[in-house]
Design a protein around this ligand. Sequence first.
Ligand code: SAM
Length: 207
Amino acid sequence: MNTRQSYDAVADEYVRRIYDELQHKPLDRQLLDRLDAVANGGVICDIGCGPGHVARFLHEHGANVCGIDLSDAMVVRARQLNPGIEFRQGDMMALDVADGSFAGIAAFYSLIHIPKTQMIAALKELHRVLSPGGVLLAAFHLGTETLHLDEWWEHKVSVDFHFFQVLEMQAWMKATGFEIADAIERDPYPEIEHQSRRGYIFARRVG
Ligand SMILES: C[S@@+](CC[C@H](N)C(=O)[O-])C[C@H]1O[C@@H](n2cnc3c(N)ncnc32)[C@H](O)[C@@H]1O
């Protein structure tokens, strides 16, 4: 059992619990609107899109979007729920995407599944598929711990959730050829999400 199979197992429950969450997350909506504005009509890819609600929000606000996820079951749900958007299976460690394809990337809680030892390699791949000047908006849990689940919503899984600090994420991004445009932290919204502080970084591809 790995991360991909774990998300296959929880895909239906993930849709039930998470798909509508953006209506309760005003800061996330505001930051996605900002990503849409900087992408300026270019393609924004939602990487680690799950059932596609981030892509859907951007699409409804006029953005040109697509979505990629490791889990086939998530991709199936994303297609069913959002027929106007193209979704496909893929691994952010090795994307089947040409260099410079995207003006923007939304990576909401997908880098949390990348171990620290592989973060530079993952960010290099996101850097490769962004056009020069393109912007990555990454969202993640703030902290230092790794949470491992063998059971999630009564399904057998095996999945690690890595928590990061803003400064270490910024350092990895800078080492990969990004410049940091902004970093934002917020407390968890009560009741509607896991009670961890959240970090968001806007990072621009230079060169
Ligand atoms: C916590 S969910 C986040 C889903 C959605 N972005 C959201 O904000 O709710 C993490 C997602 O990242 C996907 N994922 C994990 N590792 C990935 C990888 N290496 N490449 C692409 N997607 C990945 C999982 O399949 C899962 O759908």
